[in-house]
Design a binder for this molecule. Structure first.
Ligand code: JHZ
Ligand code: SAH
Ligand code: ZN
Length: 405
């Protein structure tokens, strides 16, 4: 039994993935001998309804000056953050006197839009390499981890914020109480805290088990976010479903009693009860669903290998580290992974050591089958590769089930 990170109630794990490496630790040849592994198990707290990792590597092992994920590698995500920032500008009527803080701004994919519109903003980003890309876009950055203490220092040096934003960061932070305490202090009286993350309801519905890896310590729902907000005298006032990252949820939070609660909150809580997000029985079948995908994918890849087909993969995602390590996929089954991110290229995938090659080589590679590790970017990628893939080549996907198309 483990103590819940949110409410301290003891909970039981429902799936054990075994030993896992750091999802974004793409290794050079010299690094291969001393890779770090942790034991990846996931559980559900019946009291606050949070799905969470039992153990997570330290933040310094995951987020540092060689962090491998750069947000701006997807055109679709750039458009997503343009729309996101515009919606915040409209909601809070932002102008040149306002102040926006983003927690985990990465390469500035969101804040560049505020800079372009002359809305004062500040990015908090502990991973120095991606932070420096944001700085090149004229975004002011604090190269530290956000927490309650930093929130106080920001308020002292700048002022309270009209909007605090965060995308795909909150679910990474085990010390989330410190984050919420900081937000509570830093937020203006009528400010809003808006964040989005992969949605637990989608993970259950699609069996998108690969959303679980070292960085994702939490899988949020309306239930669990409502619980944390209340704990900090804040209020969840709106929920908006997003199609990004395989299905995400955007949560809007305000000071308690300050703003009207949208009907969406009641609706999503009810919907979550219908699919059993709040019951531990719902999670009991999850492992069997994952193991079915595992059996189907391994049997397909083995058959293709025996038939001497050339199989490569597309997108060296964090998610694929869970897939390759839990399923035991190495370079016996897949020749290599193609990816556009320079820092990942000419390295080996964490744990199972599949070579990662520059995307430019993909077009010369003449594969028979392409395993789509970046399945969340399927629309963008399939469109981009349409003519290449038409020549008797097939995509393979495995979420929600193994399919050739
Ligand atoms: P992508 C990361 O997850 C990590 P990952 C993190 N924990 C998180 O929550 C989300 O992001 C936000 C490449 N690519 O977006 C680029 C191409 O090669 O699914 C990336 O390496 N060609 C913070 O890593 C990878 O695929 C393309 O055309 O699972 C995509 O990674 C496109 C679109 C992408 O995130
Ligand atoms: N918002 C971007 C980046 C997500 S990547 C997007 O949606 O694409 C997650 C980022 O969170 C990383 O860049 C990491 O360095 C940062 N991060 C992790 N812990 C943090 C913390 N405590 N405070 C601020 N940023 C943090
Ligand atoms: Zn709990």
């Amino acid at each position: 039994m483990t103590n819940c990170l949110i409410c301290k109630t003891k909970f039981q794990e429902f799936i054990d993935f075994g030993k896992m490496p750091i999802a974004n630790a793409f290794a050079s040849k010299e690094d291969l001998e001393n890779e770090y592994f942790f034991s990846m198990k996931v559980g559900f707290c019946e009291n606050c309804k949070m799905v969470q990792l039992v153990e997570q590597p330290s933040r310094e092992k995951m987020f540092h000056e060689n962090y491998a994920f750069f947000s701006s590698t997807s055109e679709n995500m750039r458009r997503h953050f343009q729309k996101f920032s515009k919606s915040v500008e409209e909601l809070q009527k932002l102008n040149c006197k306002s102040f926006v803080v983003e927690i985990g701004c990465n390469d500035g994919i969101m804040l560049e839009n505020f800079v372009a519109n002359n809305v004062p903003c500040l990015g908090i980003e502990p991973s120095e390499n991606v932070a420096n890309v944001a700085r090149e876009k004229n975004i002011e950055i604090i190269n530290e981890f956000f927490d309650e203490d930093l929130a106080k220092r920001i308020e002292n040096k700048y002022k309270k914020a009209d909007a605090i934003l965060s995308a795909n960061v909150m679910c990474h932070i085990p010390y989330i109480d410190s984050i919420f305490a900081g937000v509570k202090n830093l937020l203006n009286d009528d400010g809003v805290f808006i964040f989005e993350d992969p949605y637990l309801g989608e993970v259950i519905e699609k069996t998108s088990f690969d959303q679980i890896y070292d960085e994702h310590v939490f899988l949020f729902s309306a239930h669990s976010v409502n619980f944390i907000a209340e704990k900090h005298n804040l209020e969840l006032i709106d929920l908006n479903k997003q199609s990004t990252h395989g299905g995400s949820m955007r949560y809007t939070i305000a000071h308690k009693g300050k703003k009207c609660k949208n009907i969406s909150v009641k609706n999503w809580i009810e919907k979550e009860k219908e699919i059993g997000i709040d019951k531990k029985e719902t999670y009991l079948g999850f492992k069997d669903s994952v193991d079915k995908i595992k059996a189907d994918l391994i049997s397909l890849l083995t058959k293709l290998k025996n038939d001497q087909k050339k199989v490569v993969a597309y997108g060296a995602t964090s998610k694929s580290t869970t897939v390759t390590n839990y399923f035991g996929i190495n370079s016996n089954l897949i020749d290599c992974i193609y990816d556009t991110t320079p820092i990942k290229q000419n390295k080996f995938s964490p744990g199972t050591h599949i070579p990662v090659l520059p995307y430019e080589k993909f077009r010369e590679s003449n594969p028979d089958y392409v395993l789509l590790f970046a399945w969340n970017h399927a629309d963008e990628i399939i469109e981009k590769e349409k003519s290449f893939m038409n020549e008797n080549r097939y995509w393979i996907k495995y979420i929600p089930s193994v399919q050739i198309f």
